[in-house]
Design a protein around this ligand. Structure first.
Ligand SMILES: [Zn+2]
Length: 298
């Protein structure tokens, strides 16, 4: 059976262009990350939510070379998760510990909060300035969505509704991975913000909403309560790793010549480096390492 790729991001303006809405279906992408990194269920949910929010945030990047990196470090068993994206919504991600297994939480859901633990959320935006923008905040619930809502509020002064979800089916496949962000623009009326809050307090799960309605436009109407919502952008999303020999050579340079040669000698003369994001293995022998450092001196 051919699995249809329904992954898509759509952006809208609601309430007379006073509210920005972003909705994404990333089911296939999260399944791909699950397959590629052999993620357990709870890590699929945690990293999946991070991937979904990274897609939506990346959709706000303006220039071709702009890069967004989002990192969550916590004292839970996952330890660390990283996701990166660009304007074209090419996304890559990894978790430090892929094989975390925990009992379901008291709501019978995958215990993302416990797997992540207490910690810090970091957002790095490289938009071609001398120094990249770095925003940080503490994790509030470690369920990811609330943490990003808090980040938008404290670091970017943007009150936002953030909803992220990953459902895993009985067949152990990702059944639905989806999310949305609603952001009132500066001229938005208070009464509209109240309406948005009331609606969203009553929506328990973005994934169920997506499965029930099966149409992203209808989801956008439901979460805003505005039937005259205007579609402004539709974009495909892709899991793509842009690693290459040159980038890995920079890792070796950062490691230092002595350290690199020692690591190679400890491994039959071959230094092996694996890309965290796609698991591609890069191999360098002693000659390669010497050359990298000789070239660097020139
Ligand atoms: Zn890679």
């Amino acid at each position: 059976m051919k699995i249809e790729n329904n992954d898509i991001l759509k952006k809208y303006l609601a309430y007379n262009k006073s509210v920005k809405v972003t909705v994404v279906n990333a089911t296939n992408m999260v399944q791909k990350a699950r397959d590629m990194h052999l993620l357990s269920n709870v890590v699929t949910a945690a990293l999946g939510r991070l991937i979904i929010v990274t897609i939506m945030m990346s959709s706000d990047l303006k220039e071709k070379d702009d890069r967004l990196t989002v990192q969550i470090s916590g004292d839970g068993k996952i330890q660390k998760m990283v996701a990166c994206g660009n304007k074209d919504l090419n996304i890559k991600a990894y978790a430090l510990n892929n094989d975390v297994n925990l009992p379901l939480n008291e709501n019978n859901k995958l215990d993302v909060a416990k797997a992540v633990g207490k910690g810090i959320l970091t957002v790095i935006k490289d938009i071609g300035l001398k120094e990249p923008y770095v925003g940080k905040c503490n994790l509030i619930t470690s369920e990811i969505a609330e943490d990003f809502a808090y980040y938008f509020y404290t670091s970017e002064q943007t009150p936002s509704v953030v909803s992220l979800g990953v459902n895993i089916g009985k067949d152990q496949k990702v059944q639905m991975a989806a999310g949305y962000i609603i952001q009132p623009l500066p001229d938005c009326d208070e009464s509209i913000i109240d309406i948005l809050e009331t609606i969203n307090n009553n929506i328990s799960s973005v994934t169920n909403l997506m499965l029930d309605l099966s149409n992203i436009d209808d989801v956008a109407k439901t979460i805003t309560g505005d039937n005259d919502i205007v579609l402004t952008e539709t974009k495909n999303i892709n899991y793509v790793c842009d690693c290459n020999e040159k980038r890995i050579e920079n890792v070796i340079i950062a490691l230092g010549k002595d350290e690199a040669i020692k690591a190679a000698n400890d491994n039959d003369g071959i230094l092996e480096l694996t890309c965290h994001f796609c698991n591609k293995v890069y191999r360098f022998n002693i000659n390669d390492i010497e050359k990298i450092f000789n070239d660097e001196v020139k």
